[in-house]
Design a binder for this molecule. Structure first.
Ligand SMILES: N[C@@H](CCC(=O)N[C@@H](CS)C(=O)NCC(=O)O)C(=O)O
Length: 216
């Protein structure tokens, strides 16, 4: 097996790559690197010291978006990037929205405080801070996403794409914190998230995280 993916499973960016690998049925080995005090050897592969990184034979790459784009060229089927130029750019936009706007709120302000801090740093959960973020910062992000979903099942065109993966991976971490998308307030987004998280590529990883982290 020539592909080796580096990066711990709870990372939304690592999950993005794993979903792409699963959708394309690409076999891989997995080295669950935790991005704290990474070794000089790992920094040669991932110069910013972040996860994920990927080795394909004697070639290496860092950054989830870069890795997913590479995998698409190496293994074009099933296509996860739309063929149409505008739809292609829209899919990249949603991936970027997940990797900047969503992670900026969900990562440090919710997932870290509620999930990582108590489990790995033995710190109590700052529930008031989490609740404030959920009340004030998450809704505008969900309002935008709700406004972008049409009548179809996916964010862009008629096919599941990197745009869906790039949003859904961050909502998994929210879900691990016991926070979902309220279907009364964001019906399209809630339906979309439930459908995407039921795909085998996501479902397998969600169940794996549940076992690993003892999530009820
Ligand atoms: N743009 C990067 C972001 C990766 C990222 O921020 N990963 C986090 C873990 S979820 C990390 O490695 N953090 C450690 C650090 O920033 O030093 C990507 O898409 O791969």
């Amino acid at each position: 097996m020539s592909i080796l993916l580096y990066g711990a499973g709870g990372s939304p960016f690592v999950r993005k790559v794993r979903v792409v690998l699963a959708e394309k049925k690409i076999p891989y080995d997995h080295d669950e690197v935790i991005p704290i005090n990474v070794s000089p050897e790992y920094r040669k592969i991932s110069p910013l010291g972040k996860i994920p990184a990927l080795r394909d034979g004697d070639r290496t790459l860092a950054d989830s978006s870069v890795i997913c784009a590479y995998l698409e060229r190496r293994h074009p089927e099933p296509a996860l990037y739309p063929a149409d130029a505008y739809e292609y750019a829209r899919a990249l936009w949603f991936e970027e929205y997940g990797d900047s706007a969503l992670v900026g709120v969900i990562g440090p302000k919710i997932f870290f405080r509620k999930f990582i801090a108590p489990r790995f740093f033995n710190q109590p959960v700052d529930e008031a801070a989490v609740e404030q973020t959920v009340r004030e910062e998450l809704p505008p992000l969900f309002d935008y996403l709700e406004s972008q979903l049409g009548t179809g099942p996916f964010f862009v065109g008629r096919s599941f794409s990197i745009g869906d993966i790039g949003i859904a991976t961050h909502l998994v971490n929210l879900r691990h914190c016991g926070i979902g998308v309220d279907p009364a307030r964001w019906p399209k987004l809630a339906r979309w998230a439930a459908t995407v998280h039921e795909r085998p590529s996501f479902k397998t990883l969600i169940e794996e995280d549940r076992r690993t982290f003892g999530i009820e």
